[in-house]
Design a protein around this ligand. Structure first.
Ligand SMILES: *Cc1c(COP(=O)(O)O)cnc(C)c1O
Length: 366
């Protein structure tokens, strides 16, 4: 007797497809029998693990037989100091992705609406589908969020609005003026997740003051991660900042030991490693210019980006170019799954990695 497991699954699961991650280096090398390939596909920090984080992980190793601190006291204390918020405004997650899911588990029910932009982090569409909620996908404006249209799309059924700034996979950026005007238009019973996974790459004077906005907008949830500029993607740690009572509600649903002890220790150390962070941001700024110059010189279309990646629009099916780059040992990210089949997203790597990518592109495009 065979079982139709899909029929057993919750409503919404049938239409879901597994997340398509960037191709791992080991997989490509196994398939092609090559060695020195370059992965520029998942917006990771190309500098690798920072020395302070590494030392903290080594110090934490002897305690691995113990459960981690379920409340992440040390990391939250450090974050609270850095951000100027109370520790009860913070929640830690196994990556910010887990916290996005936690928001859905806690607040989003079948039949309710979630509003997000056409080209944004695919996890919002997946979680909306998985929870049987209705996605209200607002057409993009210049590849980015159309905040006027998003505000207009909010109805009585809307539970949540998700905004990513800078946006992934396009790198577009909303100014603080635009965002503040939007927040003022959102009814208080509608939650707003402001996903700032790439905020560290934005110049400080341009960054939106989201933490200050929390006092004014009790429906705002700010999401950040250690996976990008802080260089800890493999450890899985992110956090959200919001009203203490909202955090309290999320904590009722959160699994108790969701952040492992190595991640907690490394994130705390990474927060204190200003030199690593500024080097990462500076490297990104410098190398972004390299890609822009190449694209301009070749007359290639690209979306100006404030994040640690740049999206190239080939204005034709990008899949053959992606495949050809793989054969050159360069892994970038096709984003047809995001509705952008003519685009490739390239994560900014180290100087020699970007040079490899540019040479491979020049060869492949002829
Ligand atoms: C990479 C990324 C994240 C981070 O996810 P983690 O689970 O923290 O690794 C969150 N949001 C967006 C938009 C991202 O691109």
């Amino acid at each position: 007797m065979s079982i139709d497991y899909l029929a057993l699954a919750n409503a919404g699961v049938e239409k879901l497809h597994p997340y398509q991650p960037g191709k791992p280096v080991e997989e490509l090398e196994r398939e092609l029998g090559i060695s020195n390939s370059v992965k520029l596909a998942s917006n990771e920090n190309p500098m690798g693990l920072g020395a302070k984080a590494r030392a903290a992980i080594e110090r934490a190793l002897p305690e691995l037989a113990r459960y981690p601190d379920a409340n992440g006291f040390a990391l939250k204390s450090k974050l609270s100091e850095k951000l100027g918020v109370n520790t009860n405004q913070l929640i830690l997650g196994n990556g910010s992705n887990e916290l996005i899911d936690l928001i859905y588990h806690t607040f989003v029910a079948p039949g309710q609406q979630v509003v997000f932009s056409q080209y944004t982090f695919i996890v919002y569409a997946m979680a909306t589908q998985a929870h049987g909620a209705d996605a209200v996908v607002v057409p993009a404006k210049d590849f980015g969020h159309d905040l006027d249209a998003m505000a207009a799309a909010i109805t009585e059924q809307t539970k949540l609005v998700c905004i990513t700034n800078p946006n992934n996979p396009t790198g577009t950026f909303l100014t603080k003026t635009e965002l503040a005007a939007f927040l003022a238009r959102v009814p208080k019973q509608v939650l707003v997740v402001l996903d700032e996974a790439y905020t560290e790459y934005v110049a400080e004077d341009e960054r939106h003051p989201s933490i200050d906005w929390l006092a004014q907008y009790p429906n705002l949830i700010v999401s950040r991660t250690f996976s990008k500029a802080y260089g800890l993607a493999g450890l899985r740690v992110g956090y959200m900042v919001a009203h203490p009572e909202l955090i309290g509600v999320l904590n009722r649903v959160r699994e108790p030991f969701n952040c492992n002890s190595l991640a907690l220790a490394a994130a705390e150390a990474a927060l204190g490693d200003e030199a690593y962070l500024s080097e990462a941001v500076e490297l990104n700024r410098r190398e972004m210019v390299r890609y822009e110059a190449f694209f301009q010189q070749r007359g290639l279309r690209y979306i100006p980006s404030r994040a640690n990646f740049i999206t190239l629009d080939l204005q034709r099916d990008a899949a053959p170019v992606y495949e050809a780059l793989l054969r050159e040992g360069v892994i970038v990210r096709p984003i047809a799954g995001y509705g952008l089949p003519t685009c490739l997203r390239i994560s900014i790597g180290l100087e020699h990695e970007n040079q490899r990518c540019i040479e491979a592109l020049a060869k492949v495009l002829g």
